[in-house]
Design a protein around this ligand. Structure first.
Ligand code: PRX
Length: 634
């Protein structure tokens, strides 16, 4: 971290933004402290009351079952389907005529879909899935661009009790193939292509290449977005619109158990193999519904825009499930934030009179570079709340966002959470006094603590590891197919505590300041990548014998990937080969993983047991002291 940035953060700790009176006046929760205390004293009652706000086919027998830690269960015995709450129950109210999604393509095409129409599409697609042989519990991989049919596909799976596994459309062949194989998906749903930053992304082509490596896929459904020619395998491939033509719009929602699996979502960890976090119908629904309601204070007249990708947890929770359960109108935009000009987002916010914008610091930093004149061209007065997620927001970006996007009026909800947590964990509420760069305090029912190596709480303002002491309904239940890894990764390091993998500080006012990952996970433009995945992509190139990847600070992207490569005998390092390796990583993993730099080396710093010491590489690259080298072999 640069000295200037440290000075900025220290001064931000003293810089407090009290909530504006009009925000306080309309806020659902006015006394955060009182409700926090209640939830801490009576967590099960608190969550049971939240669960009562949703519709159950059958009420639970027990709110929390902690008899087999860390495999907690919530709302045990309850019968519940999240889709019943996201769609079916709205069909009996005026809300059926409300707009669920307003969509804008990168090419400015527009669509709007009401709750009733969305429900009809979901019912039809659920019948399509059944006709393809998909049954309760089966995994279905979804690899699509940002189109309304992506939530339709997710909801259709959930409706029939199938388990969706969405793979981010920016990932490529190897990442997709690995996730199809790990989840054993026989059905893949994709698009012919997508438009991002003016370019055509060949989703169907990538899917075809991935299936060659994962030949278990028996059926592929292709939604036509771009209309460009694509390869076709007769018998295996089907057009979405053709299957939908004859599908019945009537489909009963499966009466699932509260603890039945809803989806798996892969995320990077410290090994090359991504982890499939498993979330369930009941607890996840209660948690995402409540967090969105209390943190963003969503009301019927809101126009909510979560600008994340549906393929990541942020999109699952806060583009698809929580907004629909809360019955709000969401904006969905297909393309890049600065395409064709740096005011594309601001044009959309103005055009649709967006009231709440939730996005990532990397996007703010990227758009900030172009100067305030771009947002100033637009009337952003409809905004009343802003949000931030995915990585720490530096105070400078926070202030820019607050001043130029929020017009100084809109509090910023800096929400800290993870794929594993399902929903917001440490977060402001609209009534919370804000400090730029701090996610403020734990949500209701969450007890968080920063500890040292031995698990002892550290004093205020000291850095340590962020841990959670209480179970919560939205927590992932396990790693699909690998419960041992779930225990090892999250629960073994500090017995009785969930280990987040992040470091943090708590200041004298009890405000949490997230510092960053302490494992081999990188945040590049808010996307989570494992150094080991980048390394394995490099090693899959014939020229590469060994590789190491590290993250170095980057002004816009947060981290940039630097790689060190040992070549196989017979290969010579050259700028052309370095470029070829960068492109190779982008091809196998996806463009977000493309290394900033490939450096050829003859040795890598390793421990005696052969583990690459990435911190040594990092210290060297930054010109910092290399620390304790006693375990270094060479
Ligand atoms: O390091 C933290 C960072 O993102 C990680 C979780 O990444 P992922 O599972 O991809 O989920 C991202 C969207 C929820 C965390 O371990 N992170 C997330 N939100 C914040 C954050 N770091 C600081 N401040 C945040 N608000």
């Amino acid at each position: 971290m640069a000295d200037q940035e440290i000075v900025n953060i220290i001064s931000a700790q003293e810089e407090v933004y009290p909530p504006p009176p009009d925000v306080v006046a309309r806020a659902r929760i006015k006394d955060r402290e009182a409700l926090s205390q209640f939830a801490a004293d009576h967590p099960e009652q608190f969550w049971a009351e939240r669960a009562e706000e949703l519709e159950w086919y059958r009420k639970w027998d027990k709110v929390l079952d902690d008899s087999n830690k860390p495999f907690f269960k919530w709302f045990v015995g309850g019968r519940f389907n999240i889709v019943h709450n996201a769609l079916d129950r709205h069909m009996n109210t005026w809300r059926k005529n409300k707009v669920a999604y307003i969509w804008q393509g990168e090419d400015y095409s527009e669509r709007a879909i009401s709750y009733a129409e969305l429900n009809r599409e979901v019912c039809k697609f659920a019948n399509v899935l059944k006709s393809l042989g998909v049954q309760k519990g089966d995994r279905v991989t979804i690899y699509m661009g940002r189109v309304i049919e992506l939530p339709v596909a997710m909801l259709a799976c959930a409706k029939i009790g199938a388990v969706h596994s969405v793979v981010y459309g920016g990932f490529s062949v190897q990442a997709l193939a690995g996730r199809i194989l790990d989840s054993q998906s026989k059905v893949l749903i994709t698009c012919d292509g997508a438009y991002v930053n003016g370019k055509l992304v060949e989703l169907k082509q990538i899917a075809d290449d991935a299936i060659k490596e994962a030949p278990i896929v028996e059926k592929v459904v292709v939604y036509k977005r771009t209309g460009h020619p694509v390869g076709w395998v007769e018998g295996r491939d089907h057009w979405w619109h053709e299957l939908m033509k004859d599908a019945s719009p009537v489909c009963e929602t499966e009466v699932t158990d509260a603890e039945d699996p809803l989806f798996i979502l892969y995320t990077s960890g410290s090994t090359g193999k991504p982890k499939a976090l498993l979330h369930t119908h009941g607890g996840y629904a209660v948690y995402t519904y409540t967090t969105m309601r209390y943190v963003f204070d969503v009301q019927d007249e809101d126009r909510w825009w979560c600008a994340a990708d549906p393929g990541w947890i942020t999109g699952h929770s806060y583009i698809v499930y929580a907004p629909l359960m809360n019955g709000v109108t969401s904006i969905m935009y297909e393309g890049g934030p600065a395409y064709p000009a740096p005011d594309r987002w601001w044009q959309i916010a103005e055009q649709y009179r967006v009231t709440i914008l939730y996005c990532a610091p990397t996007a703010i930093r990227g758009l900030m570079r172009f100067g305030p004149e771009w947002p100033q061209k637009h009337d952003l007065s409809s905004l009343r709340l802003l949000g931030s997620v995915g990585e720490p927001i530096n105070p400078e970006a926070w202030r820019w966002y607050h001043t130029y996007i929020g017009g100084g009026r809109c509090p910023i909800m800096d929400t800290w959470w993870q794929t594993e947590t399902g929903g917001f964990m440490i977060t402001p509420l609209p009534v919370t006094p804000l400090k730029p760069g701090s996610a403020t305090k734990p949500f209701f029912g969450i007890r968080a603590e920063v500890v040292d190596d031995e698990g002892r709480p550290v004093p205020p303002n000291e850095e340590g590891y962020l841990t959670i002491l209480t179970p919560w309904p939205g927590m992932a239940r396990t790693i699909y197919g690998d419960p041992d890894r779930y225990v090892q990764t999250y629960w073994a390091r500090y017995p009785g505590r969930y280990f987040t993998g992040d470091s943090a500080r708590v200041d004298q006012d009890g405000y949490f300041w997230i510092i960053g990952r302490v494992d081999d996970v990188l945040k590049v433009s808010g996307y989570r990548l494992g150094t080991a995945e980048v390394e394995s992509a490099l090693v899959s190139h014939p020229a590469v014998a060994e590789a190491a990847a590290i993250g170095l600070p980057h002004e816009v992207r947060g981290n940039a990937i630097y790689t060190y490569v040992i070549l196989r005998a017979g290969y010579e390092g050259s700028p052309a080969l370095a470029e070829e390796l960068r492109q190779h990583v982008a091809k196998v993993m996806g463009p977000i993983a493309r290394p900033e730099k490939v450096e050829f080396v003859s040795k890598l710093p390793k421990t005696r047991s052969g583990k690459i010491m990435r911190r040594v590489l990092k210290a060297r690259a930054l010109g910092l002291p290399e620390g304790d080298l006693t375990t270094l072999e060479e």
